[in-house]
Write a protein that binds this ligand. Structure first.
Ligand code: ADE
Ligand code: ZN
Length: 317
């Protein structure tokens, strides 16, 4: 069956990572920014491996230079979400790419993003620091998050290169965000092993984990996740495109779920990985035989783990 019209909830979506290459190319031309090397002959993003992916990702953000650019980007992301009947999404937004973590500028960018609107889609923001930019910048990012916590900014997170520094180096930033009332998630167990997931849980005291798939290598960790109900934001298409796993057949999402771990499904950076939420559902049906009941359960887990308030959840239930 086609899953396009089935309602969906997406918890792990990087705003800049959702920028269509044609949109970025157009902006770069408008502003005479030279980022031509990041596209292949067909106009898609061109990279090989995770290191290059991060470089291309950051190069693409150079075309995004003003609050208006981010408003247009958010509008197009909302339209794409609506096309796949994603009724609720949380998006990672990075003050690093929105005025260089200056609080005044950040407020303007944030205001612009919130001007974007598409009927039937609720979008919330998770302010995100970038691990390989280091703990000092993460602290400045957390300050931006703390100062703008509220109805739209509901969480704080961390993405970037998982091998850059120790999780504990970022504890201060996460503590600051927690004290401001923000809900917490961090990428871990995408490139790092089970120990990276343990460190993230223990040192950052997060309640969701971005990816987390390498937890499968440690039965004690799988049990811990199942018992505590910590939620994994799994991105199967991303993992396959970046080579974390060679194929969905070898991906641990079904094993994790069957072991009682709360898994959700998202796209991470859809145009980079040539995916969308409909395709993610289609592939899970094809490989693991997931059907209507499984996807309803997936939605229920995601809605429960969403960082928005109870009223928003009630309206979506
Ligand atoms: N930023 C955008 N996509 C990412 C990913 N898959 N892992 C870590 N950081 C990211
Ligand atoms: Zn991610």
């Amino acid at each position: 069956m086609s899953w396009k019209t089935f309602p969906k909830i997406e918890l792990h979506l990087h705003l800049e990572g959702a920028a269509d290459p044609a949109f970025i190319r157009g902006l770069a031309q408008e502003k005479s920014v030279d980022i031509g090397g990041i596209f292949d002959e067909e106009g898609a993003y061109k990279y090989s491996g995770f290191g290059e992916f991060l470089q291309v990702y950051e190069a693409a953000t150079q075309a995004l230079q003003s609050p208006e650019d981010f408003q247009r980007l958010t509008q197009s992301v909302l339209e794409n979400l609506a096309e796949h009947n994603v009724v609720y999404a949380e998006t990672f937004v990075s003050p690093d790419f929105c005025g260089g973590r200056d609080l005044g500028a950040w407020r303007e960018y944030l205001h612009a993003m919130q001007e974007a609107h598409v009927e039937g889609v609720t979008l919330k923001g998770i302010v995100t620091c970038i691990r390989h930019f280091g703990p000092d910048k993460a602290r400045e990012t957390a300050l931006c998050a703390a100062e703008t916590a509220g109805d739209w900014v509901v969480g704080f997170g961390m993405g970037g290169a998982e091998d850059a520094g120790k999780a504990g180096d970022f504890a201060y930033a996460f503590d600051m965000a927690r004290e401001a009332g923000l809900r917490l998630t961090s990428h871990a167990g995408e490139w790092g092993g089970a120990q990276s997931v343990w460190d993230t849980i223990n040192d950052l005291r997060i309640e969701r984990i971005g990816h987390g798939v390498h937890a499968i290598e440690d039965p004690k960790l799988v049990d811990y996740l199942a018992e505590t109900g910590l939620v994994l934001e799994v991105n199967p298409g991303s993992n396959i495109a970046l080579g974390v796993y060679p194929s969905l057949e070898q991906h641990p999402i079904a094993k994790l779920r069957d072991a009682g771990v709360k898994v959700t499904v998202s796209t991470d950076d859809p145009p980079f990985f040539h995916t969308d939420m409909t395709q993610e559902f289609e592939q899970l049906e094809r490989v693991f035989g997931w059907g209507v009941d499984d996807f309803h359960a997936l939605n229920a887990t995601a809605l429960d783990a969403a960082f928005c308030d109870a009223d928003t959840k009630e309206a979506l239930a």
